[in-house]
Ligand binder design. Structure first.
Ligand code: 6LW
Length: 537
């Protein structure tokens, strides 16, 4: 009797869960799967878990690791470069540092292979848990060029694939994809280097981002061509032997948006990585850019597309041949995760993983305690190529709101603290409080302009920004109910791609404090920081 009763109960619970679960599971997903600054995605699967990594240039911690079970819901679980002694970004412009990484799994270990441009070049790191900790870098000084990738062959050997410029280029921006064995015992490249391809076109520029796959005993080399802008494209090349010769596929490029017109809303599609699901389906992640009136303010984002094989040839979104903003989602159990609240109340004693500083921090410059963030004023300024007291998170939406409550008082002319919208040391907005006033400053292509200054005496201030496609309005108040605009609407061209030194990396929003070249013991205290965006815009 009891058994029957508990069996019934179990059935009811299972059925209820099942119906709740299936009701919530949508049939489609929206692109980009990782909006905002998420370039150069690389993906791997272990069992029914998927892991993805992006490039992060001089943001610290670097190389975010995302986890998913359904290829659509991606949770940030850690960063591969999160100890200052792993990597030094000092003095590097915002577009250098950690370029395109590759993540792979082999016999119980996760590998990320990557290039730190301007800071040591090629290295790999390993971890048993992808959330970290990751090892210190194993540098590969003999590996030239950028965009390294790894492939383990059936014989257990590991092969490195990378790209380097040609010594005597036959055409502009010619690059060559090469591969070589990587001996993981000796931790170095061994044997001969073999050139695989210059790209499929006879004037292929910026051949890069290679990934090599052994699919049913045949070698598939997928690369990008055309540079990471409007001519970006994915091409594939085939061989029966790991070291080639590689033959270019007749249908190249296998994926591009270069032919869709200069005003197509998504462009720069390229730099992709393939993954096969536990059910045998194939998908690919790749980067792309959305644009508004010809400008890209959210930088390179991560997109997902279905792949079917016609023989050896990967066909992207069969019948469509382009990246779609909405499409049928992968046939995988829908597994959403608990999202972080939009309002960060700075609980506990650590910052949430979504926060970054720019360049490697030399000392600790903030504390999280008593439900507040205490940001030390330091001499460093964000306009120079060092680590300043700057904390940002990604701007991921074309329409967004952000606000914060700050307590900060100073009697010194050199001390300032407030809110920032940051792209590079030369391109940003700062809304700062100083001795007697609030000031809105724009830096664009290295030129600083004071947009507005308003007398302000209180210790506490609320800052608010509203981003609306290409406009941004800054406001301030003594409370959230008494906000007033400061300055007119500003144009977000300031943080857009290819404006001055705004290249490769992406935009962030957050908090900044400085004592402008002098030492200080002062702090700015933030009670909370709120960021919320309207998805899919
Ligand atoms: C990336 C390379 C590229 O490593 O941009 O233009 C670099 N090409 O593939 C930075 O994302």
């Amino acid at each position: 009797m009891f058994k029957l009763h508990s069996l019934k109960l179990t059935c009811i619970i299972v059925l209820t869960c099942f119906s709740l679960f299936s009701q919530n599971a949508p049939e489609t997903f929206n692109n980009p799967i990782l909006p905002g600054y998420h370039p150069d995605p690389s993906i791997c699967r272990v069992g029914d878990d998927y892991y993805l990594v992006n490039s992060t240039f001089v943001w610290f911690p670097g190389l975010p690791i995302y986890h998913s079970k359904d290829l659509v819901n991606w949770e940030l679980i850690g960063h591969a470069i999160d100890r200052p002694d792993q990597m030094n970004f000092d003095g590097l412009p915002d577009m250098l540092g950690l370029f395109a990484p590759t993540i792979r799994y082999h016999e119980g270990l996760f590998y990320i292979i990557n290039t730190c441009v301007g800071c040591g070049m090629n290295f790999y790191i390993t971890a048993t848990n992808p959330a970290g900790p990751w090892s210190d870098p194993n540098w590969l000084p003999e590996a030239d060029g950028i965009d390294p990738s790894l492939m383990w062959d059936d014989d257990g050997k590991c092969y490195y694939t990378g790209v380097v410029g040609t010594e005597k280029p036959e055409w502009e921006d010619q690059g060559v994809i090469y591969n070589q064995e990587l001996d993981l015992q000796q931790k170095k490249l061994v044997g001969e280097r073999h050139n695989a391809t210059f790209g499929h076109a006879n004037n292929a520029s910026y051949s890069e981002g290679p990934h090599l796959y052994n699919i049913n005993g045949k070698y598939l080399l997928m690369i990008s061509e055309g540079g990471t802008g409007i001519y970006h494209a994915l091409t594939v090349h085939h061989s029966d032997s790991v070291f080639g010769p590689y033959t270019t596929d007749y249908i190249n490029p296998v994926l591009t948006h270069r032919h869709l017109g200069q005003d197509y809303p998504v462009h720069a599609i390229g730099h992709g990585d393939l993954v096969q699901t536990q059910n045998g389906d194939w998908w690919a992640v790749m980067l792309g850019k959305r644009r508004l009136d010809g400008l890209t303010t959210l930088a390179r984002e991560t997109f997902l597309a279905k792949v079917d094989f016609d023989g050896q040839t990967p066909v992207f979104n069969k019948g469509e041949g382009k990246v779609l903003m909405t499409q049928t989602r992968p046939n995988l159990p829908w597994t959403p995760f608990k999202k972080q609240p939009a309002k960060d109340e700075f609980e506990g004693d650590k910052l949430n993983k979504k926060w970054y500083t720019i360049r490697t921090p030399k000392d600790s410059f903030y504390t999280v305690n008593k439900e507040a963030l205490h940001l030390n004023l330091r001499a460093e300024i964000m306009d120079s190529l060092v680590n300043s007291s700057l904390l940002v998170q990604r701007i991921e939406h074309h329409k967004f709101e952000a606000s914060t409550k700050m307590s900060f008082k100073t009697s010194k002319d050199n001390e300032q603290a407030g809110l920032t919208v940051y792209r590079t040391n030369e391109n940003h907005f700062n809304l700062l409080k100083d001795k007697n006033s609030l000031v809105l400053i724009k830096a664009f292509k290295g030129e600083q302009t004071e947009i507005a200054r308003i007398p302000y005496k209180d210790k506490e201030v609320y800052f608010h920004v509203e981003g609306n496609d290409l406009d941004i309005q800054f406001s301030y108040g003594e409370s959230m109910d008494t906000l007033k605009p400061i300055g007119d609407k500003q144009h977000l061209i300031v943080i857009a791609d290819l404006q001055g030194n705004a290249m490769f990396n992406g935009p962030g929003i957050g908090l900044y404090a400085t004592s402008n070249g002098k030492t200080s013991k002062n702090k700015a205290v933030y009670d909370w920081f709120y960021y919320e965006g309207k998805p899919l815009n």
